[in-house]
Design a protein around this ligand. Sequence first.
Ligand SMILES: [Zn+2]
Length: 148
Amino acid sequence: MDSATAQRPTTWTPAAAEPEKRDLWTAMLRGARGRCPNCGEGKLFRAFLKTHDHCSACGETFSHHRADDLPAYLVIVVVGHLVVPMILWTETNFAPPIPVQLAIYLPFTLIMSLVLLQPIKGAVVGLQWALRMHGFDEGAADAKNPYI
Ligand SMILES: [Zn+2]
């Protein structure tokens, strides 16, 4: 028996078949910073919301992500939970004229939405990568077809 065959496990175990664990929070944080969820070095986005096909540093494929509308829904939840209490508090305590309120709330809502959209999409892509969703699991039977 040579040394190569002596080091291989002789029996199959579920633990030996499991892929390497990916840290969810690290991947989401890297994605939120616009970096590759795998290495944290390469850029995730090539445009405002368009991801690169591959990481320039480690070669990880990003085209498997299916963020779809989730980042927009999450932005609505976050911005809504900031703006609505602010409107209610201001109206209750000061009751400024409607044009003044619109001049404040509409730009605030627009700017906050634009500021949060890319980091939240990056975090969603990092989440999908860490959980090996869609095509991010290279060992899955459906890895060749991410639409399954
Ligand atoms: Zn990378």
